[in-house]
Design a binder for this molecule. Structure first.
Ligand code: 2P0
Length: 334
């Protein structure tokens, strides 16, 4: 018997400048608000999908080890979404290789599900344009919708009364953005987090008294961020990104029970970035569902700023810039 051909895709993580925090629809993964991100040029994930005609079940391998528990459940659930679209039933062998530390708030699920969406769609012969692929990737992990595209990307929540919520929520690249931005990641901790972002955002929406205010302001943040990107206004981009991220952390820290991703080390970096700004550097912080801090700055200053933050913290730093679209690298011909 001839083995079924394999489709392989590569995707990069993205970091939101205006965050996604809270779902309108848990099953379809439709967010409560638009979000806006930068896809990075570091930490690619490569995923291969090979169909197993006659096989009994999916086989999922992550970084060389068989997946178990929640990861297995989520990947298999996503393959079920692909199979429903394709009206096919074969199980698949999925092999995914991350280069980003998993579960550390550096968006491994975004790159992972974007790569899986592209490779899986090709393997199951689902012919979709990139917008439609972003909708599919969203079903695996919300932020994966944004990793389908390179550069600055807007993910539409879609109107709350949309007749078809799935159709209304997709990502698109922002071609009018005029900014060459660097992001210095300060890798304070790279272990898995104690509370998943999925659970953390659910708890925040349900219990934080600060959440409605943050959600309302994030709509205005997207509008202001788009304008600042279009004019290349780095101080405005930095200020909006920092207040949006700190606001998001305030919402989860006031959930019941609280979710606290910020550690003493995170606060130390946040304070230092503020002090650098006071002495004239162009530096602004953002943080995701983990303790690591990412610092926005001009490309020309990035290695100097990374060196200073490395010295102050004793931790590894890494400079990222704008990265590419997710792509199918080898595949079953369509
Ligand atoms: C973001 N994060 O906009 C926000 C900011 C974390 C903090 O998207 O439940 O892994 O799979 O849709 O995409 C992380 O959430 O959550 C995330 P699910 P996801 O980047």
């Amino acid at each position: 018997m001839r083995a079924a051909p394999t489709a392989t895709a590569v995707a990069h993580p993205n970091i939101a400048l205006v965050k996604y925090w809270g779902k309108r629809d848990e099953h379809l993964i439709v967010p409560l608000a638009d979000s806006l991100s930068l896809t990075l040029d570091v930490f690619p994930t490569t995923t291969s999908v090979q169909l197993l005609p006659g096989g009994a079940q999916d086989v999922i391998v992550v970084d060389g080890r068989p997946a178990t528990g929640e990861v297995l459940r989520r990947v298999t659930g996503f393959l079920d979404v692909l199979r429903a679209h394709a009206r096919r039933h074969e199980p698949a062998h999925v092999d995914t290789r991350n280069t980003v530390p998993v579960g550390a708030g550096l968006a491994s699920s975004a790159a992972g599900f974007a790569a899986l969406a592209l490779a899986g769609a090709r393997a199951y012969e689902i012919d979709r344009d990139p917008t439609e692929l972003s909708r599919l990737a969203r079903r695996g992990s919300g932020s994966a919708a944004r990793s389908v595209f390179g550069g600055f990307v807007l993910w539409h929540a879609g109107p709350p009364d949309a007749a078809d919520a799935d159709l209304a929520s997709y990502a698109e690249p922002l071609h009018d953005a005029r900014l060459d931005l660097a992001m210095v990641a300060v890798l304070l901790q790279t272990g898995p987090k104690s509370v998943s972002s999925r659970e953390a955002m659910r708890r925040t929406v349900a219990t934080s008294p600060l959440f409605p205010g943050w959600l309302a302001s994030s709509g205005a943040d997207v509008t202001a961020m788009r304008a600042a990107l279009a004019t290349g206004d780095l101080p405005a981009v930095g200020a909006i990104a920092e207040r949006n991220a700190l606001g998001m952390h305030a919402t989860m820290e006031t959930a019941i029970p609280p979710v606290t991703y910020r550690t003493h080390a995170s606060h130390h970096v946040l304070d230092h970035v503020r002090r650098m700004r006071e002495r004239g550097e162009q530096t602004w912080s953002t943080m995701d569902a983990g303790p690591n801090v990412k610092v926005l700055c001009p490309v020309s200053d990035a290695s100097r700023i990374a060196a200073e933050l490395g010295e102050v913290t004793g931790c590894r730093t890494l400079v990222a810039r704008s990265g590419p679209d997710a792509t199918v690298t080898t595949g079953v011909p369509t």
